[in-house]
Design a protein around this ligand. Structure first.
Ligand code: SF4
Length: 178
């Protein structure tokens, strides 16, 4: 097990004094630098900054950052939510480290897709089944990790299989569907 324990800090982001959502950091005693290329190879939408020895990722509305001795997340409701989120990320790091012999590490720096690039692959019917007024708003929220591909039912239709596959390969925090 790479990470056995961590110290938790929960705080209000400095740019949002009085905010009702919090940021949290797990401070580690173990250097997790070596696992970052493996996470980069396996986490869809992750962006690896090799020179900074950091990897960022968006997951379900959280901005996640992995550094050598810390894991940070944004947008948690309270201390219990922070512990739950960070425990999950610690398990992710440990699982990835344990599987490293099966994985090919990557130091490639991928770009996050723009909302327009995502929009171009959506049905563009603005049918509102996802609860958004337009496909572009859905694309914007998808790019921010606030929505998932599975929230767009028309993408499950056979006519959109090819586009759906393209989207699955490019979008942030969007598990494969169908
Ligand atoms: S459900 Fe899909 S097609 Fe319909 S508005 Fe939302 S993103 Fe567009």
């Amino acid at each position: 097990m790479l990470i056995k324990t961590y110290d938790l800090d929960v705080f209000t982001p400095p740019c949002e004094p009085g905010a009702e959502r919090f940021s949290a950091v797990a401070r580690l005693t173990t250097d997790i630098s070596e696992v970052l290329p493996y996470l980069n190879a396996t986490l869809r939408g992750a962006v690896y900054h090799q020179a900074a020895n950091a990897l960022t990722w968006k997951k379900g509305g959280h901005n996640i950052a992995f550094h050598a001795f810390e894991i940070a997340t944004s947008n948690v409701a309270d201390r219990d939510a922070a512990i739950k989120e960070l425990d999950g990320l610690v398990q992710l790091v440990n699982r990835t480290w344990e599987r490293r012999t099966e994985l090919t590490p990557s130091t490639q720096k991928r770009q996050r897709p723009t909302p327009m690039a995502i929009y171009q692959l959506l049905p563009k019917t603005s049918c509102k089944q996802c609860g958004e007024e337009t496909c572009y708003i859905f694309a914007l929220k998808l790019s921010l990790g606030q929505r998932q591909l599975a929230d767009c039912p028309p993408l499950l239709e056979p006519a959109y299989v090819a586009r759906r596959r393209q989207l699955e390969n490019m979008v942030i925090d969007a598990p494969a569907i169908g």
